[in-house]
Design a protein around this ligand. Structure first.
Ligand code: C2E
Ligand code: CA
Ligand code: CA
Ligand code: CA
Length: 279
């Protein structure tokens, strides 16, 4: 038992201890996961209101040898904390670019764009621009097909660094989407300072969209802002036809969500592509 303050004695908490052991186990497994080829990318369709598939978001999956598929929320924060996200992030980016190159070589898929999530720790690293540039060159992709998804907190973490890096990558043709938009800091003045291409409406707002709901105003405001700033706007987490109809009626024509398709392995994504209606 541990003495905390005057009359309190705090005993060792077994639930915390169990959680700690799980964490330490996962951490050790994560350190070898890359070497053991345990990561893969899933692809989630991004579609226009016509059903035309413009591209996908690449989402990381970990196939743990004993525990099976582990969702990113369960391991990405840990990789951020221990710094492993940088290495995993470059693996993700390179894998995504190799896939983009394969699509570019086939006329039926040459139009596809691929969105890749970038973690704050990786982005703010010294060599980020050089490394992304090397991956673009080595894979031979058209950089304008690559869309990097940045979050508001990443951007606001160090605005000067962010603007400099975005501008350098922008010169190569790289596209930028602001992910989870609306969940972070409400200051909008920073938006005009960033060379963005797209705002991505967070799924928490899309989730509550009904014909009469306060969140509607938020979504309408975000769409309006995107239009004013000349940016593309995409809604994530679209699950129902009603949500899609609301978005469309409010001038948002680009969607991602279970209504159109869940994140799936490459083969399933390519099967969905084969069923794509003409533009
Ligand atoms: P995110 O970037 O906001 O990705 C969207 C998440 O929403 C994905 O979860 C996706 O599966 C989920 N989603 C898509 N459509 C729907 C829908 O209609 N309804 C609902 N309820 N959910 C939907 P996922 O794949 O579990 O990823 C969770 C988070 O993990 C991502 O959120 C992102 O922050 C992070 N993440 C995933 N892959 C990577 C990666 O390669 N690098 C980094 N740095 N982070 C990643
Ligand atoms: Ca994302
Ligand atoms: Ca998101
Ligand atoms: Ca999110």
């Amino acid at each position: 038992a541990k003495r905390c303050g005057r009359n309190t004695i705090r005993f060792f908490d077994p639930t915390t201890h169990a959680a700690m052991e799980v964490r330490i186990g996962l951490e050790a497994d994560l350190r070898t996961a890359l070497l053991n080829n345990e990561f893969s990318l899933y692809y989630q369709i991004q579609t226009l209101d016509s059903g035309y598939i413009t591209g996908a978001e690449a989402l990381l999956r970990w196939h743990h040898p004993e525990q099976g598929l582990i969702a990113p929320v369960k391991f990405i924060p840990l990789t951020e904390e221990i710094g492993l996200i940088t290495e995993i992030g470059y693996w993700t980016l390179e894998t995504a670019c190799i896939q983009l190159k394969a699509w570019a070589d086939n006329p039926a898929t040459a139009h596809l764009q691929l969105s890749v999530n970038v973690s704050p720790r990786q982005f703010h690293q010294d060599q980020f621009v050089e490394k992304v540039s090397a991956i673009i060159t080595n894979t031979g992709i058209d950089a304008s097909k690559l869309k990097l998804e940045l979050t508001e907190s990443l951007v606001l973490d160090d605005m000067n660094d962010t603007i400099k890096k975005m501008n350098r990558l922008k010169k190569m043709g790289v596209q930028f989407s602001l992910d989870d938009f609306g969940t972070g800091y409400s200051s909008l003045s920073y938006l005009t300072q960033l060379p963005l291409d797209q705002l991505k409406i967070d799924k928490s707002f899309v989730h509550n969209l009904t014909l009469k709901n306060a969140d509607n105003v938020i979504v309408q405001t975000i769409i309006g802002m995107a239009i004013t700033l000349g940016l593309d706007v995409i809604a994530e987490g679209v699950e129902t036809a009603e949500q899609a109809a609301f978005l469309k009626a409010n001038y948002c024509y680009h969607y991602q969500g279970y209504l159109f398709g869940k994140p799936v392995p490459l083969a399933e994504f390519e099967a969905a592509l084969a069923d794509m209606p003409p533009i």
